[in-house]
Design a protein around this ligand. Structure first.
Ligand SMILES: [Ca+2]
Ligand SMILES: [Ca+2]
Ligand SMILES: [Ca+2]
Ligand SMILES: [Ca+2]
Length: 388
């Protein structure tokens, strides 16, 4: 098992490195310098450094057409310069982790925060292109979607096998989080409401408040069906160790007695809470009353955006940023970018380690925060992790 995991890890690294070096080669004369200045207009940086220029911020630059990622830290002038980039449409994401001591110095109590900022759809051209990214302080994500395996497995022998889908959650904080009454929902495409999402499916964790603790650094796996799927389709995965499963009554769904069922809040269609194998968005949220906002005219449950704790938008075609389902404040990017039924998965990268536990990356931009795995990792992290 261990050797297999190491082999998978090596293959994942090789494929990741290949995808980094894959280039279309337009003439060098088109290349330009992209100069990004990071400014914090809140009190944080001013109080700490007597300046609004943010040094040591991580700047991630993503060229949409070429799929290139670049990463740099800002200097003492708050600048990161990317030399010789190609003219294209770029998304830029900036994050700087503030230590508890730094936060205490500003707000009086120790709390981990980050300064985050983003620019989307920036058309970069010319000889030298200057731009400014403004950052604001945000609290770090505490409970996160750490992996979504939505892809389905290759026919072996069952074609179009997607019953092995799962969602993995991770406690990214330093204290116990209770999963009780947490909601997982998908987000219907094409709605422009400011305040609510339209959920085709919404399921809630059981428990009365303190039944399902998730300790710091722990995972919870929510399976569509908590069985060993490789006994049905050989290329599939074993989810018999899943922590929860969706259960849809009267539709012939599997119900493993030892594995608690998620509570159905809305189920518009399907034999299970199926995630699209092509494109979808999933969110986790908490509300007192899931029916407070009612339904739309298409039997989709309305849920408040303000209650969303984390969200991930995925698509097989990453260029289709204009087809995103989530607001950029929830997820400014897209993850995925592979064909259906290839048994790939998307998982959050490790940002840093805190007292030996991985702290996962949460820039609210899945283009940056997530990586593609060649094999799902239910209940653990892929070791093939690194900054882009
Ligand atoms: Ca099920
Ligand atoms: Ca069950
Ligand atoms: Ca997030
Ligand atoms: Ca995992």
């Amino acid at each position: 098992m261990k050797i297999l995991q190491i082999i998978i890890t090596i293959i994942t690294v090789i494929i990741f490195l290949q995808s980094c070096t894959e280039t279309v080669s337009p003439p060098d004369s088109m290349r330009l310098d992209l100069v990004i200045t990071v400014i914090d207009t809140s009190a944080f940086t001013q109080t700490l450094t007597d300046s609004t220029l943010v040094d040591s911020a991580q700047v991630f630059v993503n060229s949409l057409s070429y799929g290139h990622y670049f990463f740099k830290l800002t200097d003492t002038l708050g600048q990161a310069v990317f030399h010789q980039v190609l003219p294209d449409v770029y998304s830029i994401s900036v994050t700087k982790r503030l230590s508890a001591a730094e936060v205490e110095q500003v707000v009086g109590s120790p709390n981990e925060r980050a300064l985050n900022g983003q620019l989307q759809g920036l058309e970069v051209s010319g000889v030298v292109f200057d731009t400014v990214v403004y950052v604001t302080p945000v609290a770090l994500g505490e409970l996160l979607i750490s992996e979504i395996y939505y892809n389905g497995s290759p026919a072996d022998p069952i074609p179009y096998y997607f019953h092995d889908q799962f969602l993995e959650l991770y406690n990214n904080s330093q204290s116990t989080i209770y999963l009780d009454s947490l909601i997982i929902a998908d987000v219907s495409y094409g709605h422009t409401d400011e305040d609510v999402i339209h959920a085709i499916h919404a399921y809630m964790f059981p428990g009365s408040g303190s039944d399902y603790p998730l300790e710091p650094g722990e995972f919870a796996v929510v399976a569509q069906d908590a069985i060993d799927h490789s006994s049905v389709n050989l290329s599939s995965i074993d989810l018999s160790g899943a922590d929860f499963e969706y259960y849809v009554k009267d539709k012939g769904d599997v119900d493993i007695q030892e594995v608690p069922n998620m509570i159905m809040l809305n189920h518009k269609y399907g034999i299970d809470f199926l995630y699209s194998v092509f494109n979808d968005a999933l969110v986790i949220l908490r509300v007192d009353d899931p029916y407070e906002y009612g339904y739309d005219n298409f039997d989709e449950l309305l849920l408040p955006k303000s209650a969303i704790l984390d969200g991930v938008d995925y698509r097989d075609n990453l260029i289709e940023l204009d087809h995103k389902r989530l607001d950029i404040i929830i997820d400014a990017g897209l993850t995925g970018g592979f064909d259906a039924y290839s048994r790939k998965s998307v998982e959050r990268r490790i940002d840093f380690f805190r007292e030996g536990l991985p702290v996962l990356m949460d820039n609210n931009n899945s283009s940056i925060d997530f990586q593609v795995l060649n094999s799902p990792t239910p209940g653990y992290l892929s070791a093939a992790d690194s900054l882009p």
